[in-house]
Design a protein around this ligand. Sequence first.
Ligand code: ATP
Ligand code: MG
Length: 398
Amino acid sequence: MTFPVIGVVGGGQLARMMAPAATALGFELRVLAEGEDVSAVSAVSTSPVGDYKDLQTLLDFAKDLDVMTFDHEHVPAAHLRALQEAGVNIQPGPDALIHAQDKLVMRAAIDRLELPNPAWASVDDVDALVRFGDDTGWPVVLKTPRGGYDGKGVRIVGSAEEAAETADWFAAMSPLLAEAKVEFTRELSALVARTPDGEARAWPVVHTIQVDGVCDEVIAPAQDIPVEVAAAAEDAALRIAAELGVTGVLAVELFETPGTGAGFLINELAMRPHNTGHWTQDGAVTSQFEQHLRAVLNLPLGATDALAPVTVMKNFLGGDNQDLYAAFPQALASEPAAKVHCYGKSVRPGRKIGHVNLVGASTAEVESVRRRAGIVAGIIRDGRVPAEEPPMTFEENA
Ligand SMILES: Nc1ncnc2c1ncn2[C@@H]1O[C@H](COP(=O)(O)OP(=O)(O)OP(=O)(O)O)[C@@H](O)[C@H]1O
Ligand SMILES: [Mg+2]
């Protein structure tokens, strides 16, 4: 057998969703799991449990792999270098990955590439934060450069007085990243994939809706986006991938800011399949999970065209309903065209446990597709048809 073996560090839903793509192409996928019950374990045949912060565990896992890749960005860079020195093929490599691990390193790189950043500063303490806020205007957004996800590690600081309350964050980590709070009209995501040899392809730019700092819904492609803004966002993502040497899937999260510069600012980078790319499973010629595997293996990439004028992806988080499957008859009957993706995770409030993809035949149907996808996701989350309620915005929630 000459088919490759791919090892994924981390057994979350992203690793899990690589499994069907690996199976289809005949590849073997292995996962280094955080525990016996994590999402990807039931989707692959080999899933040793081990600590990704332990170098020996990583070295053991790397044996017989053709390539090692990731479900998350938290493997220490020093370990990745040690693995490379031991001859392990790591994609993306540590020099690229650092830009997804550390938001201060990322901001500096975006400046270096002369791509559009919000105003930002590395701040060592409350006084430095106050100086930044007084310069750029309040409110400001304060972020932990490392270890944040799903809005954890992001807080809005409304005023110099409020800045005093952030002392505990500086005590835990310093420096922190301060950013101007961007008045965006929408959040967008530009998703691309790149191979070690430098072939790269972009999917259409999508509109992403965050609730409480967590991705809630994606509309693909972003409707009514000016062609030059979409093209510039796609170019920026391809350039970032090339210049930082990214391999595999790269998501560039963007704030749409009409009438200013390029029409967008860059929020952050992720170097792995991304929540804003889940729509590609059912709405694009090649899904981000298949593309990630092809890219890290240095294979020719698949076409990234959308299959329909609109695809909506709606997440469901842990809610009232503990028995997800009990809701399936009602959920599936409510929308036969819906594609349900369940992550096999136990239900905890606010935890990402699945998503629904729904394709629409015309752009005129966007609102209807959103509503119908929301109903399917809501039935699974709550065990009943959801009541009509407008989603909370990031601002209301902050
Ligand atoms: N400078 C900013 N101005 C306005 N809103 C912001 C800013 N930075 C972040 N946000 C809001 O907070 C959300 C989460 O921020 P960010 O993407 O930096 O955090 P994260 O926890 O790393 O997220 P992820 O779950 O994508 O890893 C953004 O999607 C956006 O809605
Ligand atoms: Mg983000």
